[in-house]
Design a protein around this ligand. Structure first.
Ligand SMILES: Cc1ncc(COP(=O)(O)O)c(C=O)c1O
Length: 451
């Protein structure tokens, strides 16, 4: 029997049992081996009946969603020495650990009971007050703490929008390209996604209007400021037009805004939320999602959603069934952090560091890849969105190039999964957030070798 006992290595249990049964058949020459052999036979019969005859049947809504191709790529990132431009994470070195530690201490010293207890689904009052003031500082004049709910990251706000607004088969307009998790999330609720084209100035409003007129969508989802993955910045003129379209077509616009604070030089135009005060009626057709993830810490999972009262009430009801409320401890911590007045210095620091890295990446791409790549230098956010031109016979397909790049020790995300339809196969997304300037230069040099 020696040698026939290959350990079960996590593959198909049934395959392993069958293989082991075959191998032990001829070797059953001792009592112990015979017992082992028949034990395997019984286990095989049991698993065959249990796992094959009754496969788990999942909800049909999952048929619309696939595991993202990006996740598959992330599995390769463990390779030693790889320089990654693939993630969408902020740099952990940017986390204001001292400030957050002080905020944790303040929460436990001044309100341990509330910070460690169940809380209101709408959010911790002290945090809602701080966030209202934070948004006021960005031009949102008329926002009361009751005008929004705190969510578990802005991702939950998007999920609540899907849950409350989308019935199977309904249409939703998104940008092409857009945030991958939103594509997955809205599809989970059965949405038919329609892509509106964008350029460096954000969604092309004439095309958006034509699509709204043709499809009469349930809502339009936009990332107007430094989009993920596009980095695009919706111009002031287009912002006003989007708000007018919301009123004209009586259609909800969802503004997802986790990157608006991450600008490098000039501040971007005000958010749609801030501008809605100047476009009569538009506030009733606007939902706005915000987040502390990209500027303070994604681990806190503090986001929020501003929306018309009826939508907010439905979303609050759905949140109750989902997680009851966002961690009171995280909310109290965030409230104390904002109250301590540390945010402006933190923002100034992250803007400066990311601006240097964005510049370094842009310069290196121009130097190392030249004509083979086309991109607009980002003015904020975390990403360079680029297209391979194929100039001089260089790589033209983003997915193919990603594989070659990993072989050369550098990773990025190909662009096609970010499209709900008609993907641009030559596109790629490079994050400049987590590598320092020297690593960015080194990584882009490796990209040049992979061309
Ligand atoms: C456009 C966009 N929206 C929403 C989110 C979700 O962020 P969080 O749930 O951490 O607030 C992200 C995160 O990458 C994002 O890029």
């Amino acid at each position: 029997m020696q040698g026939s006992k290959k350990a079960f290595d996590g593959g198909s249990l049934q395959e392993w049992l069958r293989e082991t049964w075959d191998k032990t058949w001829n070797k059953a020459n001792s009592r112990r081996a015979t017992r082992y052999h028949w034990g395997i036979a019984i286990a095989y019969t049991f698993t065959a009946n249990t796992f094959t005859a009754m496969p788990l049947e999942f909800a049909t809504r999952l048929n619309n969603v696939e595991t993202s191709a990006i996740r598959e790529l992330f599995k390769l990132l463990g390779k030693p020495g790889i320089i990654s431009f693939a993630g969408g994470f902020p740099d952990p070195a940017m986390f204001d650990v001292d400030g957050i530690r002080e905020a944790v201490n303040a929460a436990l010293t001044h309100e341990a009971g509330a910070a460690l207890q169940y809380g209101a689904t709408e959010g911790h009052n002290a945090l809602r007050e701080q966030l209202a003031a934070f948004m006021q500082g960005k031009g949102v004049q008329d926002l009361a703490p009751e005008g929004f709910i705190v969510t578990t990251g802005s991702q939950q706000a998007l999920d609540l929008l899907g849950k409350t607004m989308i019935s199977p088969g309904e249409k939703v307009i998104v940008e092409g390209p857009t945030f991958l998790a939103t594509i997955q999330c809205f599809r989970l609720y059965g949405a038919e996604l329609i892509s509106a084209p964008i350029d460096a100035n954000g969604v092309q409003v004439d095309q958006l209007e034509a699509l709204m007129a043709e499809h009469r969508p349930k809502f339009v989802y936009l990332i107007p400021t430094f989009g993920n993955p596009s980095g695009a910045l919706l111009s002031m003129e287009r912002r006003k037009r989007v708000l007018e379209l919301a009123v004209q077509y009586q259609t909800l616009i969802v503004e997802d805004d986790p990157y608006g604070d991450l600008y490098f030089n000039d501040a971007p135009p005000p958010s749609l939320l801030a501008l809605s005060a100047g476009v009569p009626g538009s506030r009733e057709w606007l939902a706005h999602c915000g987040s502390l993830s990209k500027v303070l810490s994604p681990g806190l999972r503090v986001g929020w959603m501003v929306a018309p009262p009826e939508l907010l009430a439905k979303a609050t009801m759905c949140k109750q069934f989902s997680d009851a409320h966002t961690s009171t401890f995280a909310q109290a911590t965030a409230a104390h952090y904002l109250k301590a007045g540390r945010m402006p210095a933190t923002l100034a620091h992250v803007r400066k560091v990311y601006a240097e890295r964005a510049q370094a990446m842009g310069d290196a791409l121009r130097k190392e890849l030249g004509e083979a790549i086309d991109f607009v230098q980002p003015q904020g956010g975390l990403f360079v969105w680029a297209r391979l031109t194929g100039a001089g016979g260089a790589a033209k397909d983003g997915a193919e190039f990603a594989k070659r790049a990993i072989d050369k020790g550098v990773a990025f995300v190909p662009g096609s999964p970010f499209y709900a339809s008609n993907p641009d196969l030559s596109a790629l997304r490079l994050s400049f957030a987590t590598a320092d300037v020297a690593r960015i230069r080194e990584g882009v040099e490796r990209l040049g070798h992979a061309l």
